[in-house]
Design a protein around this ligand. Sequence first.
Ligand code: ATP
Ligand code: MG
Length: 138
Amino acid sequence: MRQRTFSIIKPDAVRNGATGAILAEIDKAAFRIVAIRKQTISKPQAEGFYAVHQGKPFFDGLCDFMSSGPLVLMVLEKENAIADLRKLMGATNPANAEEGTIRKRFAASIQENAIHGSDGEDTAAFEIGYWFAGYELI
Ligand code: ATP
Ligand code: MG
């Protein structure tokens, strides 16, 4: 089933100059880039995006980090996009990420972990709609 997912190249990876290398991995894995935009988001925008994590001990630090510099917002499409992107990303904590995954290669810590990917169909729909308008998703 052809499917869409939402991804972010996080501020740490953009700062470290890894944007191009991560886009190359995404391309190599045969995702179609439906939409892409580099921007700096505000802390309230980050809080709304990560609302499911509100109340967790890492929430405030996570939202500070996500609003700390430019990031790259993307909508990606392929067969099994959601699960395939999660696999390409690797575990949340890069220390546990498999060899060859994006987080293994580019992430420094459990917070500054280079990339985001939606974890299910419902969250993908919410996240795509949070950052992109329908007319941008052609
Ligand atoms: P993402 O949602 O960004 O794709 P994920 O689904 O692998 O990552 P989540 O559990 O949804 O992980 O956590 C969201 C983000 O919050 C993580 O990617 C990471 O940046 C941060 N985070 C998660 N757990 C911790 C923690 N224990 N300490 C610091 N930051 C954390
Ligand atoms: Mg998540």
